[in-house]
Ligand binder design. Sequence first.
Ligand code: NAD
Ligand code: TYD
Length: 359
Amino acid sequence: MIFVTGGAGFIGSNFVLDWLAQNDEPVVNFDKLTYAGNMNNLASVRQDPRHIFVQGDIGNTAQVAALLAQHKPRAIVHFAAESHVDRSIHGPAAFVETNVNGTFGLLEASRAYWNALPDDEKAAFRFLHVSTDEVYGTLGPNDAPFTETTQYAPNSPYSASKAASDHLVRSYHHTYGLPTLTTNCSNNYGSYHFPEKLIPLIITNARAGKPLPIYGDGQQVRDWLYVSDHCAAIRRVLEAGKPGEVYNVGGWNEKANLDVVHTLCDILDELDPKAGGSYRDQITYVTDRPGHDRRYAIDARKIERELGWKPVETFDTGIRKTIQWYLANQEWVKDVQSGDYLKWVEKNYEQRQNPVETK
Ligand code: NAD
Ligand code: TYD
């Protein structure tokens, strides 16, 4: 079986659902259930005996060690993290706690477990660390995309904490021989995406008749990858990646934020038209994010060349599927928009008091 951390979050739950749909190998899903963890994402596998959910913190080494001893996984796939840049600006401590200290605790438990395995299981074991392209910092308009050897230059508390976790993982391979794999992926989008991030926020705000907030001039560029393509890349790296190696994962889909928002509005105008106008009318320019990275772009040639992975979805096909999913799953949206989410919206957007321009 495999041991997944953070499998109740956006990418982790997509990974668990895809995994169980594609093979019979059981999954232990270990998740703290922070605001970002949502058991509704896993409703379809709740009764599935191959899915063993355990609530807990990756920093709790004793709990993780006991679970590893009990379930004897052949691999750990580590998604658990604090993942939202804006939250890391308001409260960086949780990012250091989970992404740095938590990953350290998980590595310690993994190392002790791995050391005690018989030789053949030791050789086959993998620790796959799921990371982000944001560790590489920001690019100018004409810079080449990030490769696996681009120098780390994280700019937000989120990316700095992920960079630190990448370094710890690297050191556990070089120092102790732990068979680690690291993936650095670009921005994901798709089903079960918590509506604090740009794409689900725009879809849900548009339908609720609320402003569509564009930070600064909206010309920041992100590379977008449909979440099931990311999950397929992780499965492929787990299967055939070389221990100690890093693989960049991306969609070859660089888009400026404003273009993404325009696309979302135009597809919503087609699929769910509103009376008397376009969703574009709700676009509002607000104060920029401090330290906002201008451009991310991924060179994903290594994973294609060495492991034969490339994305299946284009931005056009993936974004349409995503919007259709949100339209069909309004109960899920209503549920996540209660509680902590409401407090977050108040904190993040009420401080961006000066809408600069409304189009
Ligand atoms: P998410 O915020 O949606 O989910 C994170 C999950 O981790 C939640 O279920 C949460 O409950 C759990 N968690 C948080 N702290 C924990 C702890 N201390 N112990 C156990 N569980 C804990 O995040 P996501 O967007 O699904 O991202 C998953 C991983 O992928 C992260 O490591 C992130 O850095 C990385 N990543 C994300 C993106 C993206 O676009 N979302 C892109 C590249 C890489
Ligand atoms: P986000 O989804 O938070 O991902 P990340 O910061 O990890 O790239 O944001 C994507 C881009 O959208 C980023 O450039 C910030 C911008 N953005 C807005 O313009 N308005 C918003 O309300 C949010 C949440 C993000």
